[in-house]
Design a protein around this ligand. Sequence first.
Ligand code: EVA
Length: 608
Amino acid sequence: MQDKSLLYPCESSARRVVSLDGMWRFAFDPQGQGVDKGWTMALPESITMPVPASFCDFFTDKDSREYCGDFWYETDFFVPGEWEGKDIAVRFGSVTHHARIFVNGVEVTAHEGGFLPFDAAVTDIVRYNQHNHLAVLANNELNETMLPAGRTTTLSNGKKMAMPYFDFYNYAGIHRPVKLMALPKERVLDFSVVHSLSGTDADVAYTVTTNGDHAVCVDVYDGAEKVAHADGKSGTLHIENVRLWNVHAAYLYSFVIRITDGETVVDEYHEKIGIRTFEIKDGNFLLNGKAVYLRGFGKHEDADIRGRGLDLATVKRDYELMKWIGANCFRTSHYPYAEELYQMADEEGFLVIDEVPAVGFMESTMNFLSASQGNGKKVGWFEKETTPQLLENHKAALIDMINRDKNHASVIAWSILNEPQCTSEGTEAYFKTLFDLAHEIDPQKRPRTYAIVMMSLPNNSKGQQFADFISLNRYYGWYVMGGMNIVDAEAAFRREMDGWSMALHGRPMIFTEYGADTMPSEHKLPSVMWSQEYQNEYLDMNHAVFDSYDFVKGELVWNFADFQTTEGIMRVNGNKKGIFTRQRQPKDAAFHFRARWTSLPVDYKADK
Ligand code: EVA
């Protein structure tokens, strides 16, 4: 099966999907000897390991938790005899960061990048009505051509250690569901939709890509009722009296795409789709033509025990908390999340800024601090020997992210980088390639942005002209002039904002990060930094600044919940800027946000 497809697996009259999630077997391979020793067929010694999950936090010894290098997963899967004649594939939601896949000892595919799905075609290798062997050789080392970027060092005891240039734990493993699929030989590989509204009706321009020549048709159902039909690989679906998808008021139609050969259905693919428009106009974000002020979070896929592994229970709790607090938006900082999260956003009416894992583009483990304090090495990140390879990997991740997520009503914008070092000459060429690419491949032409690091100002950030809206990560009152200095922080913040007002040229600005580390255990009157009282004072100051600039059209606080990072003097067993704890209970600031976000009008500052 050569035909790449990023469609989410679905069952239909023509397709079968079986989950391979469960307890697999696992082994570390510090010498990288597994392939030579035949581990592709069977692991000689293994332990049990749940899939999906990060392997790290199950262990009770530090060497295992912090393990860096090659590691193996294996399981068996049964292929039903009635699937003969179909194309068979194993689909991984993600494996972090590199993966080589072996079925019955034969290498079937390899994949770079830990946050996007890939398929392994196994039709010619599987044995029918029998169990087959599946082995995954993965690796979690970091380097500077990767997304996210970092490096790998070797300790004096010979063990490798990951050195992330980013502020989240380098969790690794099979993080997302694994599925066995039986697909028709001639099938739908991809499809896209672009919505436009006229009066009470909608037109959905669609394109379907298949690997054959048989006829294609698309039906749209509202519950059991068929509301639109069109023939051909591209066309327009007209929906009368359309019920639009909206914030906190989602509505999804069922799209069914069929390939037919006379009366025979060759393939059938289903997806639920919300109909809405999204654009930037006159400095506002317009959803279905109406202004919306963004409020919400930068998040992480991060939780106790399972690390970054998909856990639907945590996903559900997170959405309940986001509804309770009055949020309407989040950024998938700092990587594309599991597909199930976007499906939930579509169901629940949340707006998503989708971020590619371009983080750590600066030579320092604490890149965001070094940059803001001028300690970042002065080597331009985009003029290094590694830059051409990095750009290729960045393009590949961007293409897969957009192709994977382009039909979600919830996805309103693409975030193309987080806090790159963007003051050197190579920045513009690098940025232009990626911003142009995003526009070229997204049929809906969603706005593009990137999160701009502290001290990257309109006059020294070389890439900001490519952004359709400006996204700032700012920590005035935390990293910059915290505690008693907060008065000076506010003055400096306002000076910076005055500067931006001259550089926006009609574009809206949002905050993609602002926040203060806060220990849920600490209370102090009057406040000190790290106390819950200080978190609220910090937020009051920041919100006062946002409220006095009409071009600020959104606020995504850092972070939704406390999350794990690499250990170090800046972090208390992780980053504590959560508005909720890692266990998803509120800090005092959560009530502060609930009061603010539930009272700000949906279209706050729309007429300004
Ligand atoms: C922080 N600041 O210091 C955050 C990081 C984040 O966790 C940043 O984008 O600028 C980064 O990853 O808490």
